[in-house]
Structure formats: C-alpha cells, structure tokens
Unconditional design. Structure first.
Length: 103
C-alpha cells in the first residue's frame, strides 16, 4: 500500500492533536491567565497598568501568571494586557498539564 494512502489519516491525527492542545490552553473567561509577552520585563510591567497583579512566574521561562486586581472586568484586563504587549494569553492550569507543581 502506498504511503500516500495514510496521508488523510495522518492529517486528521495532527489536526485532532492541535485542536486538543489549543482547547487545553485556551484561557478561561474569568480568573488568572498566563501572559506570553514579546519580552519578559514587558509582561511584568504591563500587568499593573492593565488593572491586574502578578500572582506567579510560570514554570516556562518568559511566562507570567496574572489576574485582575480587585475583581476588575476580565475582558478589560485582557484587552489591556494585549495592548501592553501580551502576545499570547493562556490558561495557567493547562500549561502545567501532568507536571508536578513548581515550589
């Protein structure tokens, strides 16, 4: 059987895996988010003006976990993070996966 016969199944498998990763890392509507900035210092300095507070450094280098301060509106907070240079907002719980918590 030629290898090209397996291409549709391989493409479907890759698409399913990518969809699962995206769904697992999509940030929740409310609560903390992991911020991937263009530069790490930009994330730390962008959180407070966006109406939030840094709660932790993520296990991966360059990521910061932040949440809205004082129950502020999540949508406004996230828009402020993106405007201040947050390239990607992720679910911090999804980043951990099966890994043990970082002390």
């Amino acid at each position: 059987m030629p290898l090209s016969a397996f291409l549709p199944a391989a493409a479907l498998g890759v698409a399913g895996l990518a969809g699962g990763v995206i769904a697992g890392l999509w940030p929740p509507a409310h609560g903390p988010v992991a911020v991937l900035p263009a530069a790490f210092a930009a994330a730390v300095t962008a959180v407070e003006p966006a109406g939030g507070q840094v709660t932790a450094a993520a296990a991966l280098p360059g990521l910061v976990v932040a949440q809205p301060a004082n129950g502020d509106d999540d949508a406004t907070f996230r828009a402020g993070l993106r405007a201040a240079g947050g390239v990607l907002l992720l679910d911090p719980a999804g980043l951990a996966g099966c890994a043990p918590p970082v002390p």
